[in-house]
Design a protein around this ligand. Structure first.
Ligand code: AMP
Length: 368
């Protein structure tokens, strides 16, 4: 079995590691020189939408999957008849545009913050009237890690938001005064079998994921989030891993966005679950039976952003994953996972690692 993987970053690398143990050969497509996944399979060094490169992958692989959601859907059309592309390109299409994504949540009865499409400057006023202030202006396409966003609190901010982001399709969202953020990660097989991992509680810093902790001690929320993910996967006739990010406000869950791929908030599953999200994604897309998504304890993951200090390699607790990328501010270079017997023990360990590694204040925890 050979899987063609579009993208050879750290998610591709972790898929490649899981693939090796499953006996699946990987072939990657990525324009970068020496990307993180290169040690785990041949890399065709071409743009993601290069028709010849995609045709070459289609000729030599049994299935195509992807590690990031901005793969141009039209570029995949010519290879769709030759071999399966999982997750389905319809999921990609919905996830690539925030307006489509929000309409999908609405259609499926998944609660979400109020939103308003912004195409012209005057739509900002209409959005403010409809949603109230503050509101968050986001680019509809190609946003990630909080990039392409602006919080509008007053008239002056409207001008600034338009100066920064105007001229491309935008969306306004109600600003959600959330208590915390969670993600629910599910996996669905070709035969429709569905499994869901325990909910993760996520803390972001400067728009980038800082920590994820799982499970979250809130059965009502976990079950509801699992139901939403299941609805999405069934509707999309989905195959592979899907991550749904939600805001928690009181006892309400509001959907923010979904990713049709393995997700940073599921990295804890490598050590913290019976079967990692990477292994289950590959099992799903290659038609193997899914593995158990049961947890192995209380897991916590800390992202290493911009730099991996030497001390991160000599910790008492935690498993370090170094993606082998060169340091750059704001870049995800690796992560550390701890798995403990209790949430309290997990939180102490993660807090200690955070203090040592990032010299910063720990804000995660499992107090829901
Ligand atoms: P996103 O790219 O949509 O995942 O946004 C990045 C982060 O910005 C989220 O994880 C939240 O912390 C914050 N954020 C996004 N949308 C909103 C919103 N409507 N209200 C409050 N915070 C938000």
């Amino acid at each position: 079995m050979r899987a063609g993987i579009i993208g050879a970053g750290q998610l591709g690398q972790m898929l490649g590691i899981a693939a090796r143990d499953l006996g699946i050969e990987c072939r990657f497509l990525d324009p970068s020189v020496a990307p993180p996944a290169a040690a785990y399979g041949d890399v065709i060094q071409r743009p993601f939408d290069d028709a010849d490169a995609l045709a070459e992958i289609a000729e030599s692989c049994d299935v195509i999957t992807y590690e990031f959601e901005n793969v141009p859907v039209v570029a995949l059309q010519p290879v769709r008849d030759k071999l399966p592309i999982y997750p389905p390109t319809e999921a990609l299409r919905q996830a690539q545009d925030r307006l489509n994504e929000k309409r999908l949540f609405e259609r499926l009865g998944i609660p979400l913050p109020g939103f308003y499409a912004i195409d012209r400057r005057k739509d900002l006023n209409a959005a403010a009237n409809a949603l109230g202030l503050p509101m968050v202006i986001k680019t509809r396409r190609l946003g990630y890690d909080g990039k392409g966003q602006y919080v509008v609190r007053n008239e002056a901010d409207k001008h600034a938001a338009w100066q920064l982001l105007g001229g491309q399709p935008l969306i306004a969202e109600q600003f959600v005064p959330f208590e915390f953020e969670v993600s629910s990660i599910g996996v669905r097989a070709t035969n429709g079998e569905t499994r869901i991992y325990a909910l993760s509680r996520n803390v972001h810093r400067d728009g980038i994921l800082h920590t994820s902790c799982s499970p979250v001690d809130a059965p009502g929320l976990s079950d509801r989030a699992a139901d939403y993910v299941t609805r999405m996967m069934q509707h999309l006739d989905y195959v592979g891993v899907l991550a749904l990010e939600l805001f928690v406000v009181g006892d309400r869950l509001l959907a923010n966005e979904f990713a049709p791929r393995v997700h940073n908030s599921g990295h804890w599953t490598i050590e913290g679950a019976e079967t990692s999200q990477f292994e289950n994604h590959l099992r799903a897309v290659t038609g193997m039976p899914l593995g158990s998504t049961d947890g192995r304890g209380h897991a916590g993951m800390l992202n290493l952003i911009g730099d991996i200090p030497a001390v991160a390699r000599t910790l008492d607790h935690g498993v370090l994953h170094d993606y082998g990328k060169s340091p750059r501010p704001g870049r995800k270079l690796g992560h550390i996972t701890v798995v403990a017997a209790s949430a309290a023990e997990r939180d102490v360990q993660l807090k200690q690692i955070d203090r040592i590694v990032t010299q910063s204040t720990f804000t995660a925890g499992n107090t829901a």
